[in-house]
Design a protein around this ligand. Sequence first.
Ligand SMILES: [Ca+2]
Length: 149
Amino acid sequence: MEISLAKLNVYFNAVLSTGLFSKTFCYFTLIQEPKTWTEAQSYCKKYNTDLATIQSDEDRYKIQEIAISMKFQDRAWIGLSKNLWLWSDQSKVSWTSVKWAEGQPDNTNGNEKCGFVRETGLIGDEDCLHPLPFFCTGETRCEISWISE
Ligand SMILES: [Ca+2]
């Protein structure tokens, strides 16, 4: 059976240990249960990861790949927030490598201090208390399944 990349679902746990699949498939994990930004960050950290950092074409491609495979068409928190716009791990944002969605950031009501990513891999700002699905980074919660023909 041939397994195409587009049919891979990225999910939870240990299939990787079989050695059948590349680790790159679990670069990010999408958690579909909506949480506030802070709750989402805590959730990722509980599994020894962090909210996703998205600042390269490869990162954007991974987001798109996961979104397609999980039929996800929404916004999801990533590890971006401002006072000074930092990633969740406190590293600085490389603004040349961040790509905003059209019309973003718009800081609606002056209250959008956290970053989300769309299924396109492009990012925007939103009220941190707004519950959204979210992307964790890291490899501790990865599982791969696929749909056969
Ligand atoms: Ca916004």
